[in-house]
Design a protein around this ligand. Structure first.
Ligand SMILES: Nc1ncnc2c1ncn2[C@@H]1O[C@H](COP(=O)(O)OP(=O)(O)OP(=O)(O)O)[C@@H](O)[C@H]1O
Ligand SMILES: [Mg+2]
Length: 243
C-alpha cells in the first residue's frame, strides 16, 4: 500500500549527547519518528527522558550530535545558522509551560511581535487582534499579561504561536502550569485550532486532557522511543504512570 500522507517531520536516528566536564549525558539515543502533516501528536515520558531536548531538535533550537531532522523534506541539520534562525522565526510556533509573555507589552502587542520578527509590517494590530479573537480573547486584547489569568495568558501565547501561520507548532507542557479546568480548556482550544487551521502539533504533555485528543502518542524513556500508541484512548493512559 502506498503512503498518501505527507510527512511534516522526520527524525532519523537522532542522538544528542551533552558534556559536563568528563561526564557525557546521553539525552537522546537514536530517536526515529515521523509526524504527518496536520497531525496532533503527544510525546509522553518521565522527567529527564529527553522530551524538551527532542522538541528543541525539531524546533531548530538545538542540533543533534548525530542523526538527521527533516522538515517538509528538507534536512534542517544541514542548514547554516541564518537559514535555521529564519526557520525558527517563520515556520515554528512555540508554546511553553510558563507562557513567556513580555510583561510590558499588551496582549495584542505580544502577538504582533511574532509578526514583526517575521518581517510583517502591515496590519499588525488587526491580525494580532483577529488571532486573539480566535482563541477567545477578543475582548481582552489591550490587557497586559499581569491583568490576565493563567489560562488567558496561555491563550495569548497560543495566539502568538499561531499568528505567523507556522507549519509546525511545538508545545512543551502547555497545561503544566494550569488548573484542571483551564488545562482542559487549553487542550480543547489547541485541538480545535489544529482541526481548523491544520498545522502539525507536537506536544509534550502528561495531561490526560491532551493525550486523549492526540492522533498518536510517542512514549519516551531514557532518550528512546519505547512505544507508540496509534489509537490513544483514556484507558491506555490510565495504565501508564510517570514520575
Ligand atoms: N544543556 C544540558 N547540559 C547537560 N545536560 C542536559 C542539558 N539539557 C538537558 N540535559 C539532560 O538531558 C536529559 C534530558 O533532559 P530534558 O530536558 O530533555 O528532559 P525532559 O524529558 O524534558 O524532562 P522534564 O519533564 O523534567 O522537563 C536530562 O538528563 C537532562 O539533565
Ligand atoms: Mg522538559
Amino acid at each position: 500500500m502506498t503512503e498518501s500522507r505527507t510527512i511534516a517531520v522526520e527524525v532519523s536516528n537522532v542522538h544528542r549527547e551533552f558534556h559536563i566536564g568528563e561526564i557525557a549525558i546521553k539525552a537522546l539515543r537514536g530517536i526515529n519518528m515521523k509526524v504527518y502533516e496536520g497531525e496532533f501528536v503527544v510525546v509522553l515520558g518521565p522527567s529527564g527522558s529527553g522530551k524538551t531536548t527532542l522538541l528543541n531538535q525539531i524546533g531548530g533550537i538545538d542540533s543533534p550530535t548525530d542523526g538527521k531532522v527533516r522538515i517538509n523534506n528538507e534536512e534542517i541539520t544541514d542548514w547554516g545558522s541564518g537559514k535555521l534562525s529564519e526557520y525558527r522565526r517563520n515556520e515554528v510556533g512555540w508554546i511553553f509551560q510558563f507562557f513567556n509573555l513580555i510583561p510590558s507589552l499588551r496582549a495584542w502587542e505580544n502577538v504582533a511581535l511574532a509578526l514583526e520578527f517575521k518581517g510583517v509590517r502591515k496590519e499588525l494590530k488587526k491580525t494580532a487582534c483577529e488571532t486573539l479573537e480566535a482563541v477567545g480573547l477578543g475582548d481582552k486584547t489591550d490587557r497586559f499579561p499581569s491583568q490576565l489569568s493563567g489560562g488567558e495568558q496561555q491563550r495569548v501565547a497560543i495566539a502568538r504561536a499561531l499568528v505567523k501561520n507556522p507549519k509546525i507548532i511545538v508545545a512543551d507542557e502547555p497545561t503544566g502550569n494550569l488548573d484542571f479546568i483551564n488545562g482542559q480548556k487549553i487542550a480543547d482550544l489547541m485541538k480545535g485550532l489544529n482541526e481548523k487551521f491544520g498545522g502539525t502539533f507536537i506536544v509534550v504533555s502528561h495531561d490526560l486532557s491532551i493525550t486523549e485528543k492526540a492522533d498518536r502518542v510517542f512514549h519516551l524513556r531514557d532518550g528512546e522511543i519505547v512505544s507508540v500508541d496509534e489509537d490513544p484512548s483514556v484507558q491506555n493512559f490510565k495504565k501508564v504512570q510517570y514520575n
